[in-house]
Write a protein that binds this ligand. Structure first.
Ligand code: ATP
Length: 335
C-alpha cells in the first residue's frame, strides 16, 4: 500500500537538501507519495502563520513527516517550532544515531556507532515554572520527571536495542545530586531493564559519561537519558563523528513521527548549492526503518557510505568540490 508522508521543505538550505533527498528516495521504488506542507518562515509569509492548521492536519493524517530545518522568527509566538511540534504530537522519543563515516573530518572515523534516546517532553524543557525575580537577581526553573515519561522512554530504548540487534543500553543520569528527578528516572529505567534480560544495562553519571564519550566512545551502544542531558549528549555524539552535516534525528510519538536533519537552516550558505544533504538523507533512512522498510534503509545508508568512500562529488564541508544535487546524484548512482 502506498504510504503518504508529509514533506516540509523548510527554510534556508531546507528546500535544497529536501530536493536532494527526494531525488534519492525516488530512485528506490519505495511506494511513497508526498504531501507537501509549509511550516516556518515560508509558512508565515504564505499563510500568516508559522504552523498552519493544514500542516498539523497533514501530519496527523499521515502520521509520518520528513522535515527540513525551520526558522522560528523572534516574537512570533513560539520559542521554537520544533519544540512546538514535539509538544503538540507528544513526540516523546528523540532518537539520534551517531555513526562513524569514512572521509569526514571526524576525530573518530571508525568504531563509533551510538544511538542516543532522549526523553523529549519533560525534564528542564517543560517551559513551566520559569521565573525571574523583579530585581532580576534570581532565576528559578522547575524540572518535571514522571514515572510514566521515564518508563516509556526507557522501554523505547530497550525495544530499539532488541529490534536493531544492539547489545547494551546505558542509562545516563545525575541521581547522586538530582535525587528527585534523576533518581526517579534511574529507578524507573532499572525496573524496565529487568524486562530485557537479553540486553545488557549499565548506568553512568552524566559527567563521567561525557568524559568517557570523548575518550573511548566505542564502548557505547544505546544511551537513554532525560531531556537536557540528552540534548547535550546527542550533539556531543554528533561532534565525535564529523558534525552536523551527518547528524539525523527522529522525533517519535505514539500517533506521529517526524524525521529530520539535526542542523539548522544555515542561512550563511542557503541558495548556493553548498549544503550537505546527508543528514536529511540519514533522517529519511530512519524513516524507512520506522516504516518497516529496513532493507531499503540499509541500502540507502550503504550508498551514502560508498559515496563518501569514493569521495564522489562531496560537498565543500566534506572537502569536496561537488554540490548538493551532484552529491545526491552520486549517492543515487550507488542505490
Ligand atoms: P539556525 O539559526 O537555523 O540554527 P545556524 O546557521 O545558526 O542556523 P546551523 O544551520 O546548524 O545553525 O549551522 C551551523 C553551521 O554549520 C553553519 O556555518 C552552517 O553553514 C553549517 N551547516 C549546517 N548544516 C549544514 C549542511 N547540511 N551542510 C553544510 N554546512 C552546514
Amino acid at each position: 500500500m502506498t504510504q503518504t508522508i508529509t514533506v516540509i521543505r523548510g527554510d534556508g538550505i531546507g528546500p535544497e537538501i529536501m530536493d536532494a533527498t527526494l531525488h534519492v528516495l525516488d530512485l528506490m521504488s519505495l511506494d511513497l507519495s508526498y504531501e507537501y506542507a509549509d511550516a516556518g518562515l515560508v509558512a508565515l509569509e504564505k499563510h500568516g502563520e508559522l504552523l498552519p492548521a493544514a500542516t498539523m492536519e497533514s501530519i496527523r493524517r499521515n502520521r509520518i513527516a520528513l522535515k527540513s530545518p525551520l526558522t522560528t522568527p523572534v516574537g512570533e509566538g513560539f520559542s521554537s517550532i520544533n519544540v512546538e511540534l514535539r509538544k503538540r504530537f507528544d513526540l516523546y522519543a528523540n532518537v539520534r544515531p551517531a555513526k562513524s563515516f569514512p572521509n569526514t573530518k571526524s576525530r573518530f572515523p571508525e568504531n563509533v556507532d551510538i544511538v542516543t534516546v532522549r526523553e523529549n517532553t519533560e525534564g528542564a524543557y517543560i517551559g513551566e515554572g520559569q521565573s525571574l525575580s523583579e530585581d532580576g537577581e534570581t532565576a528559578v526553573l522547575q524540572q518535571k520527571v514522571t514515572r510514566r515519561g521515564s518508563e516509556r522512554i526507557a522501554r523505547y530504548a530497550f525495544e530499539l536495542a532488541r529490534r536493531t540487534g544492539r547489545q547494551k543500553v546505558t542509562v545516563v543520569h545525575k541521581a547522586n545530586i538530582l535525587k528527585s528527578t534523576s533518581g526517579l528516572f534511574l529507578r524507573t529505567a532499572r525496573m524496565v531493564a529487568q524486562e530485557y534480560p537479553d540486553i545488557e544495562c549499565n548506568e553512568m553519571i552524566v559527567d563521567n559519561c561525557c568524559m568517557q564519550l570523548v575518550m573511548k566512545p566505542e564502548q557505547f551502544d544505546v544511551l537513554v537519558t532525560t531531556n537536557l542531558f540528552g540534548d547535550i549528549i546527542s550533539d556531543l555524539c554528533a561532534g565525535l563523528v564529523g558534525g552536523l552535516g551527518l547528524a539525523p534525528g527522529a522525533n517519535i510519538g505514539t500517533d506521529a513521527a517526524i524525521f529530520e536533519a539535526v542542523h539548522g537552516t544555515a542561512p550563511d550558505i542557503a541558495g548556493q548549492g553548498k549544503a550537505n544533504p546527508c543528514a536529511l538523507l540519514l533522517g529519511a533512512a530512519q524513516m524507512l526503518d520506522h516504516l518497516g522498510k529496513v532493507d531499503e534503509a540499509g541500502r540507502l545508508r550503504a550508498a551514502i557510505v560508498q559515496t563518501l568512500e569514493s569521495r564522489d562529488s562531496l560537498t565543500p564541508d566534506l572537502g569536496g568540490d561537488g554540490n548538493t544535487m551532484s552529491f545526491a546524484r552520486a549517492i543515487g548512482r550507488r542505490i
